[in-house]
Design a protein around this ligand. Sequence first.
Ligand code: UP5
Ligand code: MG
Length: 189
Amino acid sequence: SNDKKVTVVFVLGGPGSGKGTQCANIVKNFGFTHLSAGDLLRAEIKSGSENGTMIQNMIKEGKIVPSEVTVKLLQRAMQESGNTKFLIDGFPRNEENRDAFEKVTGIEPEFVLFFDCSEEEMERRLLSRNQGRDDDNIETIRKRFKVFVESSVPVVEYYDAKFKVQKINAGKSIAEVFEAVKIIFTPAN
Ligand code: UP5
Ligand code: MG
């Protein structure tokens, strides 16, 4: 049938907090499929889609792409994966994203993994990443931080009020952060 139980964990945290890095570790150990909304949007730009130029301009400005675009990409990737367990990284970034995903897919997240990191540390990481991302320059980084505080933190607060947030101190080393992540994903018995 079409209604196998689907498990979704939203992975949130500021730009450079380590979402992608830790999701790769979780995949290796716990059998999830990792879907980075940002990676899906960047792939859409590369594919030459009709939305490509709009997406590219929004990413360059650190703005949040309309959810009809992002939700479609996520839904397609979920269907194509053949898996039932997903880490959705960097989404939902605002209330509109959250509402659209819930309405379109009918999925509520199991929990939200939230990587808490200082802006100083995130800025340091982003400026030394050197992967040629259009948005890893100081002007765009400042815009991304502002959008995170104004639009994405309220989403974390929404789930926190429902006791669904697992907060991790993401300012430590990659290995130390993963030790804390592992505890959350390891069944109690
Ligand atoms: N690093 C990682 N962990 C470390 C640690 N513990 N100690 C030291 N270094 C660490 O890590 C960043 C860098 O830090 C790497 O070099 C890593 O080695 C190192 P990474 O794991 O890549 O962090 P991540 O949180 O994934 O950072 P990213 O830059 O991807 O976060 P963003 O949330 O800014 O980017 P995303 O790709 O999600 O979105 C980009 C843009 O797309 C958004 O600004 C927006 O314009 C758009 N977007 C939407 O519009 N809608 C969406 O739904 C999603 C994105
Ligand atoms: Mg990322």
